[in-house]
Design a protein around this ligand. Sequence first.
Ligand SMILES: [Mn+2]
Length: 236
Amino acid sequence: MRLVHTSDVHLFAARAFEDDITMVRSLAATAHVLGADLLAIAGDLFDHNRVPRAGANKLMAELVEPGVPVVILPGNHDPLTSGSIYRHLDELPNLFVLGLHGTSLAAGDRWVVTGRAHLDYGSFPPLDLGDAADSDAAGAADERIVLAHGHFDLRGEAGAVHRPGWLITPEDLDRTAAGYVGLGHWDRAFEVRSSGPPTYYSGSPWHAGTVNVVDLEPRQAARVERVALHGGSLVR
Ligand SMILES: [Mn+2]
């Protein structure tokens, strides 16, 4: 199973709409050219929820156009509030929003991807998966992918009074029993750890210029590689 993992695209930030179109086309083409089974976006696809509906639908149509299924985890910038943009998008057959369309997306018993959507602007433990972790699909799949949008506790801040929101600890990672944990929230690509389970930030494609390409096979460690975006550099 081949996964392409990105995050923090922040569509409708201060860029021209044409730049957002170019980026979305590039991400879709990258996943397609690499033969991905799934394109996963680990939060903050949109910079905020007050985005124009027509423009957002145009971008989503571009994202699914090559035919690679897309799974989106709502992040802290685009949480699944009652007024969330995700509740106002056209239904597209290859677009799956975690928390809106279900707690996980599975391809038979081959693979399953799950993750806890941000539902509002408050903090919570992103890897406290609750029902998603217990679902039958999650238990049966050969390859289990977990997405989370939050801040990895790199410096041991979990016990601090003023600690970062949406904190992810090594203990949280240990509990996921995943073949790969795809993180979002940081703009830079970063290897949190390569095993137990392999956990990576993809970084924002605007900053990193890359996506994470993850190859998963039963009973083998995930192979993770950073690959440059298709169609030239959009890094700025
Ligand atoms: Mn974020």
